[in-house]
Design a protein around this ligand. Structure first.
Ligand code: TYD
Length: 223
């Protein structure tokens, strides 16, 4: 048994954390590692994983001026609903591994913590939008926002709406992610994102390996 998931039972992995913590780098390394082991991988992101999502992404990240908090939460949830129905769920039903940059935990952390909405209502909105689809594994890359900011500055890309928020906002986003991880320790793998990327990748691969083996075990038990 290779641990390659069969039809109808893909594996859903999400990467979470503040801006500039290295999610994209780790998602790419994991994709490479899984592909080399014969898995079909779908790599995607929110907001903006579909054509509709790209339009929504443009509003939430680049609109000049205020967006009402409820409208912002609904926009992210709308992107998520469309993305799950059109891309994520079909891939999981084919038995693929989906590696996704950000998912509902980002909504709870950004819209629920830093803004005026309650985390429960933000989460409930996403649960409704996705018909309850939760990741098998969520990798939280945790980093002091001041250090993440140095990385973003080094990139020399213009800041989007959320990246431009003040330091206190990013501190509360970080705290909210950590609280989410503490509440669901089985789903989350929390890593110190100041470590070297290759070491982080090894830890993530170890967790994936265990997940894929457990999955293969379930198939054997059901046979
Ligand atoms: P991201 O794609 O990580 O930005 P970049 O292209 O710069 O790497 O995320 C864009 C921003 O969207 C990020 O600041 C977090 C925010 N966001 C939310 O506020 N709520 C959400 O539900 C999601 C998915 C993202």
């Amino acid at each position: 048994m290779t641990g390659v998931p069969g039809p109808g039972r893909g594996v859903f992995v999400t990467f979470e954390g503040g801006d500039g913590v290295g999610k994209t780098t780790q998602a790419a390394l994991l994709q490479e590692w899984l592909t080399a082991r014969g898995h079909t991988v779908v790599r995607t992101r929110e907001p903006g994983g579909t054509e509709v999502g790209v339009l929504i992404r443009d509003i939430v990240l680049h609109h000049r001026g205020e967006i009402a908090p409820r409208a912002e939460a609904l926009l992210y949830a709308a992107d998520r609903a469309h993305h799950v129905e059109h891309l994520v769920r079909p891939a999981l039903e084919r038995g693929d591994v989906v590696i996704q940059d950000r998912y509902l935990d980002s909504s709870v952390a950004y819209q629920g913590a830093g803004r005026v909405l309650g985390r429960e209502e933000v989460r409930d909105l996403s649960v409704w939008a996705t018909e309850g689809l939760l990741p098998d594994l969520t990798v939280l890359l945790d980093l002091d926002p001041a250090r993440a900011r140095e990385r973003l500055d080094a990139d020399e890309k213009p800041f989007d709406r959320l990246e431009s928020e003040r330091g206190a906002f990013h501190d509360s986003v970080r705290a909210e992610f950590l609280a989410l991880a503490e509440a669901e320790p089985d789903r989350f793998l929390v890593l110190d994102a100041s470590r070297v990327p290759a070491d982080l990748a090894t830890d993530i691969q170890g967790r994936l390996q265990a997940l894929l083996e457990a999955d293969a075990g379930v198939v054997r038990a059901a046979d």
